[in-house]
Ligand binder design. Structure first.
Ligand code: SF4
Length: 141
């Protein structure tokens, strides 16, 4: 099955946001004090998200990008990614991250089936990065 938009273009790509939380506080994205925490019942569970992914793949989605907030701060994300990468018919699982947790998680992400990463990095200049992210350390990204 092929999903087409109103201009006849093939849609095969879905972005799934798994959290609104983040370990940075970029000034263009969220308030300095962070955002009010949603309660568990107000966000989709991993089971819900896998169900959405299965349905999406069934109608033509081939590539899923995981985003947030910062997806790596959500608990048990590796377990979820393993389940997602096993969805029959999904050809590509990719993830966007700010990179802060990559040093400790990169190998597990690879083993879970993540094929590509996008790393959001606003600046390589220490002070500029700290300013934009309100205190982030570019050397950890
Ligand atoms: S790293 Fe991304 S999600 Fe986190 S505060 Fe910055 S822009 Fe927002």
């Amino acid at each position: 099955m092929k999903l087409l938009d109103t201009h006849g273009r093939h849609i095969n790509y879905l972005r799934l946001s798994v959290t609104d939380r983040c370990n940075l506080r970029c000034s263009y994205c969220m308030p300095e004090q962070g955002i009010e925490k949603l309660c568990h019942d107000d966000i989709l569970t991993y089971e819900d998200l896998v169900c959405v992914a299965r349905q999406a793949v069934a109608i033509g989605i081939e590539k899923i990008r995981i985003t947030g907030g910062e997806p790596l701060v959500r608990r048990d994300i590796i377990r979820f990614l393993k389940e997602l990468s096993a969805v029959p018919g999904l050809k590509q699982l990719v993830l966007t991250t700010n990179g802060l947790l990559l040093a400790e998680m990169a190998e597990d992400l690879f083993k879970a089936g993540v094929q590509r990463l996008n790393i959001s990095l606003d600046s390589l200049k220490e002070q500029t990065f700290a300013h934009i992210t309100r205190g982030g350390d570019v050397h950890r990204s």
